[in-house]
Ligand binder design. Structure first.
Ligand SMILES: Cc1cc2nc3c(=O)[nH]c(=O)nc-3n(C[C@H](O)[C@H](O)[C@H](O)COP(=O)(O)OP(=O)(O)OC[C@H]3O[C@@H](n4cnc5c(N)ncnc54)[C@H](O)[C@@H]3O)c2cc1C
Length: 412
């Protein structure tokens, strides 16, 4: 692995307990919880917040952790989200999945968030808990040695006992040692933008449930996310390369999307591609990668922020006592974390695979007479609550990974 360049600035004053690279949901959560536990944490973020970021629809499973971090979305400029709507303009199919209809014990709501505001609030939670947060300080390289971690950033060279790589799609460590394994069978490219000033009746209509809408398109899908006030986020995801103009064509061609955006002011168009991959070595002696730096599946079921925050929380649960016991250099420290996170990665991968490669949406999501127990279980998985043993849908999902056809068992 490449080490820091020589003469690249001064080594900072003290060896930190932990350096966190990246101040997105994964990095802020890790830094906040570590600092709260009394560890000396330095967080280095490349950008100056607030900054635009994709990934605006949260899941109910995020709610208890947000409460633990003291981030009260109900009191801020965020949209209460009751669930998800799936629609197909070609066939007229429509299905609403409200979280309140899931199994008991899972929170019944989530939020839609403008990430510039949400990420700044999370980063504040890290700062107020005592993390040393430095913005506009990109990390250039990292060297993980047996005795110490050295990080070279725009501000100099920093040392720590442990590194948390939360650099998102930049996947700092994985790229440094060639450990990025693409997941070619999921979504490949997305184009998206915000629309401000949508008509009051449209804002009212979308805001009533606050649901994300997933609109099936002939060769992909689109999201509609009602943000706070009169702002809506719209994006198109395809399994092939996508030019920003295609977003506008898709919006113009769709009666539903053109009605939502009529008279609204389009913001800047953004584009991202090849976002589905996993890091082949997400943890080892003195480091772990959390959030997108560990893996990103696909945006269709809005699982990214939940995976990032829960992954960080679980990693800290192991790291914090190890720092206290000075055993953080143990290479297998994060093994239980990998096992725990594997449950949620497996569940969402199974759903996403079926979304792109089977008729699951027609046969299960749009089913006219769904089995009530299966429907409740599906909603619970869509909420991100996958660590329970009373969910018949999840058991079916697990079994179907071993060869049984999920969608056939749910045929209309
Ligand atoms: C098209 C699309 C739509 C999506 N929609 C949703 C959705 O609706 N809901 C959802 O939950 N998720 C969604 N996601 C996923 C979501 O965006 C991510 O999973 C989530 O942001 C991951 O959080 P993170 O903290 O790991 O990374 P990020 O949020 O990307 O944060 C990483 C941070 O690290 C910083 N950084 C990077 N490199 C460096 C460096 N070298 N030095 C210092 N700092 C650095 C970056 O500036 C950034 O602030 C979507 C993703 C895509 C591609």
């Amino acid at each position: 692995m490449a080490g820091p360049r020589r003469g690249a600035g001064n080594v900072s004053r003290a060896r930190r307990d932990v350096i966190v690279v990246g101040g997105g949901p994964a990095g802020s959560t890790a830094a906040a919880l570590l600092a709260e536990a009394g560890h000396d944490v330095l967080l280095l973020e490349r950008e100056r917040f607030p900054r635009f970021h994709v990934g605006e629809s949260l899941l109910p499973i995020d709610i208890p952790l947000l409460e633990r971090l003291g981030v009260r979305l109900a009191e801020g400029p965020y949209r209460y989200k009751r669930g998800a709507d799936f629609l197909d303009e070609q066939t007229g199919d429509f299905a609403r999945y409200n979280f309140a209809d899931g199994l008991d014990g899972t929170p019944d709501h989530a939020f839609q968030v403008e990430r510039s505001l949400f990420d700044a609030a999370l980063l504040d939670a890290a700062r107020t808990r005592g993390a040393d947060v430095r913005m506009a300080e990109p990390v250039r390289s990292v060297a993980v040695a047996p005795e110490v971690v050295r990080v070279e950033s725009a501000g100099g060279v920093h040392e720590a006992r442990y590194l948390v790589d939360a650099s998102g799609q930049s996947a700092l460590l994985a790229k440094q040692w060639g450990g990025v394994a693409p997941i070619p069978e999921f979504g490949r490219a997305a184009a998206f933008r915000h629309y401000r000033g949508v008509a009051p009746q449209v804002a009212d209509e979308l805001g009533r449930e606050g649901n994300i809408q997933v609109l099936m398109l002939p060769d992909g899908w689109a999201w509609v996310i009602p943000l706070h006030g009169d702002t809506v986020s719209i994006g198109v995801v395809r399994r092939r390369a996508l030019r920003p103009e295609e977003l506008d064509r898709e919006v113009a061609d769709s009666p539903h999307l053109s009605r939502i955006t009529a008279g609204a002011r389009p913001g800047d168009a953004h584009r991202i591609s090849n976002f589905s991959y996993r890091n082949t070595e997400p943890s080892g002696a003195r480091y772990c990668c959390v959030g997108d730096a560990a893996c990103f599946l696909d945006p269709v079921f809005s699982s990214g922020v939940a995976l990032a925050m829960l992954g960080a929380e679980t990693a800290v649960g192991l790291l914090s006592p190890a720092l206290a016991a000075r055993s953080e250099d143990e290479p297998s420290l994060m093994k239980p974390w990998r096992g725990h996170m594997d449950v949620i990665y497996r569940s969402f991968s199974a759903l996403i695979h079926r979304f792109y490669h089977t008729r699951m949406i027609d046969n299960l999501f749009f089913a006219e007479r769904p089995d009530p127990a299966i429907r409740r279980g599906l909603i619970t998985v869509l909420s991100g609550d996958v660590w329970r043993d009373d969910n018949p849908f999840q058991q079916l999902l697990e079994r179907s990974r071993r060869g049984e056809r999920l969608d056939r068992s749910q045929a209309r």
